[in-house]
Design a protein around this ligand. Structure first.
Ligand code: UD1
Length: 329
């Protein structure tokens, strides 16, 4: 199988490249390296620096003949998308449609989209695929637009696709080859680890008056290597799917953890309490977001291998300790 991975130098994409290579796939990475890191692409994998919206680059590339495209490349900061909505709609939705169109021109049979829980407004019970779509930001909306585009690419042109809506991707490759390195870093677990390691000032707990048992937001943290494996399963699922199938699945562990529970886990793993201070709510955060991945599990046999919060945190912690400067240092 020859597979193009857009955003393959980024956090989730690079872990997916490892999973694909472990199955013997011939992988090519397309990444503009604005968020991604060349050092996250394994030796022997061709890295093409460029944009997903560049049709002049895509035509000769996809003309080589690819069985599938795994599409991770995106701007992914929810808060920034509220400040710059058109940037997100252009960079994620409009450019993503250029990519989908190129796939149609070059008979790419299968497409897997990295989608998001930001499609949902949240709820007390684990969210399955029947939950109402109500994107919380232009970021979420841009992913929903791509899901819709894939539905139409399937219905009219036969493209088979899967949208995987991840909840909170977290952790790092258990063998220590890859980790999480964002600039700026906005995610809870790496920030909490850095605070515990004394590399940052105290962590701000965004909101302590949510309608949850301890007043802080609850999220479903799913290990990035489990997400990577889910992409392999999604490709297998599509092989057996009818022409034009446009599938979508929610992906998480089914278990939620509050911000305070995450800080406690980081404290256990680091052997030091996370210095933290209560702060006002962050705009746009739903109180509770937990996935029901029951459909994906039933249809593909996938199950999280690293579902336990302490394991997720331990893998993230090991990578940050070994790479104080991220990929650059
Ligand atoms: C968000 C998006 C998700 C997106 C991801 C990519 C939502 C609902 N989810 O996840 O779709 O793919 O970003 O960036 O928008 N927190 C603190 N202090 C901090 C940082 C975070 O208390 O310094 C809290 C947040 O309020 C939240 C939890 O920790 O409750 C997790 O936050 P974060 O890691 O930023 O992920 P989400 O915002 O849940």
């Amino acid at each position: 199988m020859k597979i193009l991975v857009t955003g393959g130098a980024g956090y989730v994409g690079s872990h997916a490249v490892l999973a694909l290579r472990a199955r013997g796939a011939d992988v090519v990475v397309l990444d503009n390296l604005r968020q991604g890191h060349a050092a996250a692409v394994p030796a022997g994998v061709r890295l093409i620096e460029g944009d997903i919206g560049d049709a002049a680059l895509l035509d000769p590339l996809l003309g080589e003949g690819f069985d599938a495209v795994l599409h991770f490349a995106a701007l992914s900061l929810v808060g920034e998308s509220m400040q710059k909505p058109m940037l997100y709609l252009r960079a994620n939705a409009a450019a993503g449609m250029v990519l989908i169109e190129a796939c149609l021109r070059h008979q790419v049979g299968r497409f897997v989209l990295s989608s998001t829980a930001n499609l949902f407004a949240g709820g007390d019970a684990p969210l399955d695929e029947a939950a109402a779509i109500d994107p919380g930001s232009p970021y979420g909306e841009s992913k929903w637009m791509l899901e819709r585009a894939l539905t139409w690419a399937g219905r009219t042109r036969g493209l088979k696709s899967v949208a995987l809506r991840y909840f909170n991707a977290a952790g790092a490759d258990p063998d220590g080859r890859l980790g999480e390195d964002h600039d700026p870093e906005t995610h809870l677990i790496p920030l909490a680890i850095d605070a515990a390691l004394g590399r940052r000032p105290e962590l701000a707990i965004f909101g302590t008056d949510y309608p949850t048992p301890d007043g802080t937001c609850i999220r479903d943290y799913v290990h990035v290597s489990d997400l990577a494996e889910a992409h392999v399963r999604a490709l297998e699922r599509l092989a057996a799917a009818p022409e034009g199938a446009a599938l979508a699945y929610n992906l998480g562990t089914g278990h939620g953890h509050s911000v305070r529970a995450v800080l406690a886990a980081v404290g256990r793993v680091a052997g030091r309490a996370v210095p933290a201070q209560e702060a006002p709510r962050r705009a746009g955060d739903p109180a509770i977001l937990v996935a029901s991945a029951a459909r994906f599990m039933a249809e593909t046999g996938w199950a999280p291998r690293f579902g336990d919060l302490d394991t997720i945190v331990a893998t993230a912690h090991a990578w940050r300790v070994a790479h104080p400067g991220g990929y650059g240092g």
